[in-house]
Design a protein around this ligand. Structure first.
Ligand SMILES: [Zn+2]
Length: 281
């Protein structure tokens, strides 16, 4: 039986990764790729696939660290493919209509993705709402989220007075739609994340000396072949863990370990989870 944990059980001076999903867009046996960063008592979702409540629930059962959709107030959105953003409607509605009061999540994304996220994905259903009297009212992106466009070549930080001093540096990837990878540092620990990308040595150089390097791999020209990562120098490979995998790759295994759904990792403490996981009933 996994022990129930709370944020207070985690060291506020360390950076943690709680893995939500490791599958690619076509997975039948995993969740789409996403994870939570936890630092200083604050939770940051890295992408937001659907069904987000179920995704969080399963990670809670496996790790003992339970979060609900309403707990998520910071979302880093790497790009607009559905397997990375299909949960936003659920988050927006939960914070606006389900929780008492009117809440919004901070949304960190590329400047060129702000308008398309609303105009071409969310507004079809979220642009009309009802007020407490049941009257139909017009809604905008800002009624549900507070967007923060992030730029390259400068430190990017979380918004809000309670936000921990996480420092992100982002870089656009070679994915066919606007997408960024990042490195993020917190009190001496650094995590690198490729997000979705074809193999790109320049991105790997940007991610640099991260203590933990989370890299995608999937079939297809929009993604990174496993062989390219397995051929990297051991000094890079030995800090790397895989995400965004095809079911067949996860079942077969690879020379580089894959992240495990529901596992909690401490950045800078190796590639083994710091708490055991169990399969949800
Ligand atoms: Zn993608």
């Amino acid at each position: 039986m996994t022990t129930r944990l709370t944020l207070q059980d985690l060291d506020p001076d360390r950076l943690y990764v709680l893995v939500l999903g490791v599958g690619n867009a076509f997975t039948r046996t995993a969740f789409n790729s996403s994870f939570l960063l936890i630092a200083g008592g604050v939770v940051v979702a890295i992408d937001c696939p659907g069904p987000f409540g179920r995704v969080l629930h399963d990670a809670g059962v496996r790790s003992g660290l339970h979060f609900d959709v309403g707990d998520i107030r910071h979302i880093v959105l790497t790009h607009l493919h559905g397997d990375h953003c299909n949960g936003l409607e659920e988050v927006g509605y939960t914070l606006r209509y389900v929780l008492p009061g009117e809440h919004r999540a901070h949304l960190y994304l590329l400047p060129e993705n702000v308008d398309p996220l609303w105009e071409r994905r969310l507004s079809a259903v979220m642009a009309t709402g009802t007020d407490p009297a049941g009257q139909r009212v017009a809604r905008t992106l800002e009624d549900y989220f507070t967007p923060h466009p992030w730029e390259e070549d400068q430190p990017c930080r979380l918004a809000g007075a309670d936000a921990p001093p996480l420092e992100f540096h982002i870089r656009r990837t070679l994915h066919p739609v606007p997408c960024f990878g990042f490195r993020v540092s917190y009190k001496g620990a650094t995590l690198g994340y490729s997000a979705d990308t074809p193999f790109d040595p320049k991105l790997l150089a940007f991610l640099g000396q991260a203590d933990l390097l989370i890299h995608e791999s999937s079939p297809g020209s929009a993604h990174t072949p496993l062989e390219a990562l397995e051929a990297l120098d051991a000094s890079v490979r030995d800090r790397m863990m895989l995400i965004h995998l095809a079911d067949e790759t996860r079942e077969r295994g690879a020379a580089i370990p894959a992240l495990v759904e529901g596992a909690l990792y401490e950045v800078g403490a190796g590639r083994s989870p710091i708490v055991p996981t169990r399969r949800p009933a």
